[in-house]
Design a binder for this molecule. Structure first.
Ligand code: GLN
Length: 432
């Protein structure tokens, strides 16, 4: 493959999509890559909140518009070691705060699979780059759905691993107790392979899990067999899906799975209704704390002076909640609510192999639609935040299209059941 020509082609085609903030024309990120590794011949794009040495790692914010990362994130090191060809840094919602890709300082990204609509976010450029065929795979981060949401809207595969399976070293935090890095690709096999490469114990990340080597053989152990697999579907999902077309596709997917031998079991998640406020309260506080280092002295500009509206909202609310914390009014309650949700999810999963359901309640809106109430944006995250609040693995596979717009089926598993989730995704992909 002629990388230079490839990048030129992408540069031309990306004028319409805006998936990339940086295309690495000079090959800074490809210096010293090994030959013949497991990712050989695969081109990869990296989300702009994951450090790639020598490249602008801006988090799509004016705050870090001049921040050239001085080191590689662990996942980047691992990709290079296995011969993955990094082509550049993708567009995203500013500091990963968003679900539409519209809050980037570098402008919104278009959805290659549904032109004129949002690609989803916050890993908007990663989803779009894969969907447009610019790269074989991309790396995203997922705090409340940011890999799965764009995977659903763009019609690609996305996977958020169990918390601690992939090192967060070199990932710029949104909310560190929820953030995980994961792959996006056009199929489950490539996603599993990329996950296999980027996962593993890393002493530089205190939350990294040290698991048996065999745990990480995700692509080798892929198995599409759905026979006798017990899949739970929560009745609350039906009530919360807004677009009828999505509901139809999800139910059609359930039928497909059951016709291939899976058992579909009705379950209930009565606390689903408090998931969004719980998630956002946690995020506000953690994000506020994470952004205190952007005071204009060390990294770029003082964040409050240059950031966009959504980032500022989170900083102000996080600051307010933190101040009020002596009375335990909000944050302590949010932590209690979080363990309630985690308990409910793990109880529900006890007798199941996985939970399945929608990824998003509604189809992506048209680019540029004016949305005044932030809660309208937050509503996209209702089904995805569950996995982050519980630390469990969750993946998305394309399930069909509503009026030409893709939507994905979400599969969530018990903590450390990453392989099982990938297998159900693989089985579903194969039975289409
Ligand atoms: N949309 C969610 C938020 O705005 C999720 C973001 C993410 O996963 N990075 O916080």
């Amino acid at each position: 493959m002629q990388i230079d020509e490839e990048i030129e082609r992408i540069e031309e085609d990306d004028k319409e999509i805006n998936a990339f903030i940086v295309l690495d024309k000079k090959g800074v990120s490809r210096k010293g890559i090994k030959r013949g590794g497991r990712l050989k011949n695969l081109t990869i794009a990296i989300k702009s909140n994951i450090c790639v040495e020598g490249l602008l790692t801006s988090c799509a914010s004016k705050t870090l518009e001049n921040y050239i990362a001085p080191y590689n994130a662990t996942v980047v090191e691992k990709i290079k070691k296995e011969s993955g060809i990094i082509l550049g840094m993708t567009n995203m919602d500013e500091f990963a705060c968003g679900s539409s890709g519209e809050t980037s300082y570098y402008g919104a990204t278009d959805n290659p699979s549904a032109k004129g609509h949002i690609p989803g976010g916050s890993s908007s450029g990663s989803g779009a780059a894969v969907a447009a065929g610019f790269v074989n795979a991309a790396i995203g981060s997922d705090t409340g759905g940011s890999i799965r949401n764009p995977a659903s809207h763009c019609g690609v595969v996305g996977f958020k691993p169990t918390y601690g399976v992939v090192s967060r070293y070199g990932l710029i935090d949104l909310a560190m107790s929820l953030d995980q890095i994961g792959p996006l690709a056009r199929d489950v096999e490539t996603s599993a392979l990329l996950l296999e490469v980027i996962s593993g114990y890393d002493p530089r990340d205190e939350t990294s899990l040290n698991l048996d080597k065999k745990f990480y053989n995700f692509s080798k152990n892929l198995n599409p067999n759905l026979r006798d697999i017990k899949l739970g579907y929560a009745l609350e999902f039906d009530m919360l899906i807004v677009d009828k077309g999505i509901k139809k596709i999800i139910h059609r997917s359930l039928d497909k799975l059951s016709s291939h031998g899976a058992e579909i079991i009705d379950v209930s998640l009565p606390n689903l209704g408090i998931a969004l406020p719980t998630y956002y309260l946690n995020v506000y506080v953690e994000f506020f704390s994470a952004t205190r280092k952007y005071d204009g002295r060390r990294y770029g500009h003082k964040i409050e002076n240059v950031c966009g509206e959504e980032v500022l909202r989170r900083i102000l609310l996080g600051s307010y909640i933190s101040q009020k914390e002596y009375s335990g009014r909000y944050y302590r309650k949010a932590l209690q609510a979080r363990s309630l949700i985690r308990g409910e999810i793990s109880n529900t999963l006890k007798d199941l192999d996985a939970l399945i359901g929608p990824t998003v309640p509604k189809l992506p809106h048209k680019l540029g639609t004016k949305i005044d109430d932030p809660r309208v944006m937050y509503a996209y995250d209702i089904f995805t935040v569950l996995a982050n609040l519980s630390g469990i693995p969750a993946g998305v596979v394309p399930a069909g299209k509503v009026d030409g717009i893709p939507t994905g089926l979400q599969i969530m598993g018990k903590a450390l059941d990453d392989q099982k989730v990938l297998n159900v995704m693989y089985g579903f992909e194969k039975c289409r």
